[in-house]
Design a protein around this ligand. Structure first.
Ligand code: PLP
Length: 415
């Protein structure tokens, strides 16, 4: 990704106007800066023929501060959710000094940006070379493990150390198929109860501090899921027979998305966590979380153009291989959407549910929503999709030649 820095100023149509033929657009991310968010009239004037990713770092600063006010422990940011340096700087600016990284590239990126942050290598399965470079070169001391093989690997790579901070990641059993979350993170990672308890004992001699962690699954819309997870984890803390210093309650805090029920505010989750910790008598532990989606989702939007319409199916110029991965079948998130008519004077029709199809020829590139839009939507209109600051641009691919986008950063304070 290439990031051009230029003084904040009015949106320059130079970067975006449709005077370019498709093939003349620069590939990948171009970047321009605007001091105001795009109005519908701006979009009509600019008439973008490529998807436009909009970054709103000021919004991220606000959401991060709100979260930090609500959460009594240390707020750590899960970098994979949105690793754009503009967003990382906004989160740092808001006061976050802990970052959850999963690859050596994320470690290097964070160290290149900030030298006073603590990095947590929270991927339970790491490459040995990544462990070594992180420890030797980047002063990283915190690692997550979810089975004995990973502890063995770390000790083999680093030799006998006593300055490690190790977090044992537990799987959280579910009593419902999806258990109130969009994606269950305990099917891929996490120790079961008995193995986790054993692993805590095995880790203790090698660490200066020992923690437990879990991840309830992303876009968790039910605070009670955290209560159940803390019940599970507190039993492990009490049964393991060694001193546990820290509790990491993971991520999963939701973004505000449309759906059958209203998403509870972040304070409902932080209050539930606090009560559960008190109720289970584990209040003395250092508390930390790995927030991602909840602080960055509203910091990004996407403007896509309608290239075809068949009834309730809209063919867009962006899709699941582009900036809207999580709207696809595997996760099926719904997003708030807004129609920008190519003709501002067209009489509006009532809203109805729509499905989206992405631009690639792959039939899995479909997004069933439903997305509520006025029924007068037609080819050549644009649709603005909100809450895409989380897991949006980061998973864009160039599949099928749909690799070019525009990027606009809207900010009054970012350089
Ligand atoms: C992705 C991830 C997160 C962030 O999850 P959100 O649902 O975005 O809050 C936190 N921790 C780990 C280990 C992750 O893999």
């Amino acid at each position: 990704m290439h990031h051009k820095t230029s003084p904040a100023g009015r949106l320059s149509p130079r970067y975006i106007s449709n005077k370019y033929a498709v093939g003349q657009y620069p590939h990948g991310f171009s970047n321009s800066f605007a001091d105001h968010d795009l109005s519908d009239d701006d979009v009509r004037a600019l008439a973008p023929i490529l998807p436009v990713a909009i970054l709103l770092p000021d919004e991220v600063i606000g959401k991060t501060r709100e979260f930090m006010d609500a959460f009594t422990g240390n707020t750590m940011y899960a970098v994979k959710c949105n690793p754009d340096p503009i967003i990382l700087k906004a989160i740092y600016h808001a006061g976050v000094r802990h970052f959850d990284v999963a690859s050596i590239s994320e470690v290097r990126l964070l160290r290149s940006l900030f030298d006073d942050v603590e990095l947590y290598f929270m991927h339970p399965i790491k490459a040995p070379e990544a462990i070594k470079e992180a420890y030797d070169v980047h002063n990283l001391r915190v690692f997550s493990v979810d089975y004995i093989g990973e502890l063995d690997k770390i000790l083999k790579v680093l030799g006998d150390k006593t300055d490690l901070v190790l977090y044992v990641r537990f799987a959280i059993p579910k009593d419902k198929p999806k258990g109130g979350v969009a994606t269950d993170f305990s099917t891929k990672f996490g120790a079961n109860f008995d193995d986790g308890v054993t692993l805590l004992k095995e880790c203790r001699p090698y660490c200066s501090r020992l923690g437990v962690s879990f991840h309830v699954g992303t876009q968790c819309e039910d605070p009670f899921v955290f209560e159940k997870a803390i019940t599970h984890i507190s039993r492990a803390i009490n049964e393991c027979g060694v001193t546990v210093d820290a509790l990491d309650v993971g991520g999963g805090f939701p973004a505000s998305l449309p759906g059958p029920s209203i998403v509870p505010p972040v304070t409902a989750f932080t209050a539930t966590i606090e009560t559960a910790i008190k109720d289970h008598g584990i209040k003395g532990l250092d508390l930390i979380c790995e927030v991602g989606r909840a602080i960055v989702a509203s910091g990004g939007s996407l403007i896509a153009r309608v290239e075809g319409r068949k009834g309730d199916l809209l063919y867009l110029n962006d899709g699941t291989y582009g900036g809207i991965f999580e709207a696809g079948g595997a996760i099926g998130l719904r997003y708030p959407v807004h129609l920008i008519r190519s003709d501002a004077h067209r009489p509006p029709l009532p809203h109805q549910p729509f499905r989206f199809a992405g631009p690639t020829c792959d039939s899995v590139d479909m997004m069933n929503g439903p997305f509520m839009l006025p029924n007068d939507v037609q080819v050549g209109d644009w649709i603005r999709i909100e809450q895409l600051g989380a897991y949006g641009e980061v998973s864009r691919t160039g599949f099928n030649g749909f690799d070019a986008t525009h990027k606009i950063t809207v900010s009054r304070q970012v350089d």
